[in-house]
Design a protein around this ligand. Structure first.
Ligand code: PLA
Length: 478
């Protein structure tokens, strides 16, 4: 068994030589000033021949480097690298693609589909893109903090344009790589400036939250959130756990449409959550991935964030435009840090920029321009709100139809009404792993193994089929 690989890096002035033929031919050292080494090593019964050829040529004042590196290997350095498990959410889409059955249904990732189960590009996005094309804008780097017009628009959308924190310059806003990248940047900030603090996350939560804080080396623990007995919020448990956490913790909260449960606190419960966070000198850290997409109203879905800000608290908020503007792959979002003084906001922003620079340097421009154009133009802004209502409305219709189908078909008397009280694009069905496996293996319904289904990937026409699959899995699989 003999594998070989060849890498050639050469300056234009030094035409590449076929490094592989040199090495495999086993010849002599090449060129003036050439240097060559041959290494033969026995590792685990394999044999490595590694040869490299470094030619340095001098030409007038210019110094051209030519590095020829060739590997002829039957052993690897990557023996100790195990295969990572598929991502619990995005891996579902990969498995779905590989299934050739016509009945297959992808309810894994939270991505909006039309009634024909096709991806949807919002009309306002197309209009904004046409405007951008007409303007013929360039592709110069953005500043590290992102597009100024986007940062202004995104903070105003979140907090409300008249919010004193904006008027007083107390918000540090940085355009970042959608919700995930914004969370990751804030996690790096917490790790750097509050290395002793831990982040409290809900149990359960969006699967990637734990990865984000783990990779940023931020310790976290869970607070109770979901009560399987009531299929509702374990409010007492939540409050008790936030209260018991060390003073000065960061409390990660889903701004609206909690993922995966679809269960949000009531306005009164939000007040009590704010009370205990304030008492314990914790810092609220909102993940807002669904503003406008949950209720259909941008303002309603920002209620929780604005409540905490109104109380004068310092707050972190990560924002995403993946769902509400359907800009999934544009990776557009922001991290906002509300500070108690403008001077603090400037300092925090400068440090966020410092963290972003070595991570990804500066953010992409296309999505930022779309958001800025849509939010900045009263006509497009109005049209966006209408389209958002339509998307949220379609999900609500599907939710109702699924409930109707389940209630009509299931003769066991089970109460399926929890589906109607959940909000957002997901339903947390209560199906366990084995039951979720049955949904996929027998019914070709792809979903995450925690029992979550994305209603945004469901059509009215498929509700009866899905109800059959759920009833079978729920009653016939333990
Ligand atoms: N926060 C929450 C609560 C989310 O549900 C998601 C996306 C994000 C942040 C990040 O989204 P973004 O980086 O694209 O802005 N959750 C999806 C997709 C929709 C995913 O897992 O990446 C989900 O299916 O849960």
């Amino acid at each position: 068994m003999m594998a070989s690989a060849a890498f050639a890096v050469s300056s234009p002035a030094a035409p590449a030589v076929d490094a592989r033929s040199k090495v495999l031919g086993g010849g002599k050292s090449q060129g003036r000033n050439g240097c060559r080494a041959g290494i033969t090593r026995k590792v685990s019964g394999f044999c490595l021949h590694m040869l490299w050829n470094l030619d340095l040529q001098y030409s007038g004042v210019a110094n051209f480097g030519r590095v020829m590196m060739a590997l002829a290997v039957d052993v690897t350095r990557f023996d100790g690298v195990p295969t990572a498990p598929p991502d619990p959410i995005l891996g579902v889409s990969e498995a779905f693609k590989a299934d050739t059955n016509d009945l297959k249904l992808n309810l894994g990732v939270g991505a909006y589909r039309t009634e024909d189960l096709q991806p949807y590009v919002l009309n306002v996005v197309k209009k904004a893109e046409n405007l951008m094309l007409e303007k013929g804008e360039n592709k110069e780097y953005l500043p590290i903090e992102g597009l100024a017009a986007f940062n202004k628009a995104t903070a105003e959308l979140l907090f409300g344009a008249d919010n004193p924190v904006i008027k007083q310059g107390r918000v540090a806003t940085l355009q970042s790589l959608s919700g995930t990248g914004s969370l990751r940047l804030a996690a790096a900030f917490i790790q750097r400036y509050f290395p002793e603090a831990k982040v409290l996350i809900s149990s359960p939560t969006w699967g990637n939250h734990k990865n984000i804080f783990n990779d940023a080396r931020v310790p976290w623990s869970e607070y109770r959130y979901y009560d399987p007995k009531t299929v509702g919020l374990d409010f007492e448990g939540m409050i008790a756990d936030i209260e018991a956490a060390p003073e000065g913790s960061f409390v990660l909260l889903h701004g609206c449409a909690h993922n995966p449960t679809g269960i949000d606190p009531t306005p009164e419960q939000w007040e009590k959550i704010a009370d205990v966070i304030q008492e314990k000198k914790h810092t609220p850290f909102f993940d807002v991935a669904y503003q406008g997409f949950a209720s259909g109203s941008l303002d309603e879905d920002a209620f929780s964030v604005r409540l905490f800000v109104q109380r004068g608290m310092e707050v972190f908020v990560a924002q995403s435009y993946s769902k509400n503007l359907g800009l999934y792959s544009e990776r557009i979002g922001a991290i906002n840090v509300v500070c108690s003084a403008p001077e603090l906001a400037n300092r925090v922003k400068s440090q966020l920029k410092r963290l972003a620079r070595p991570m990804y340097s500066n953010p992409p421009i296309h999505g930022a321009r779309i958001v800025a154009n849509v939010v900045g133009d009263p006509t497009l802004f109005g049209e966006w709100k209408e389209e958002m209502k339509e998307m949220a409305g379609r999900i609500k219709n599907v939710r109702q139809k699924l409930y109707d189908s389940l209630s009509a078909k299931d003769k066991s008397g089970k109460d399926w009404s929890f589906i109607l009280s959940q909000i957002g694009m997901f339903s947390y069905t209560g199906l366990n792993k084995a039951q979720s496996d049955n949904m996929t293996d027998k019914w070709h319904v792809y979903m995450t193994k925690d029992g979550r289904i994305s209603l945004a990937g469901l059509s009215l026409a498929k509700c009866d089929y899905l109800a059959d699959a759920i009833i079978d899995s729920f009653h016939n699989v333990n």
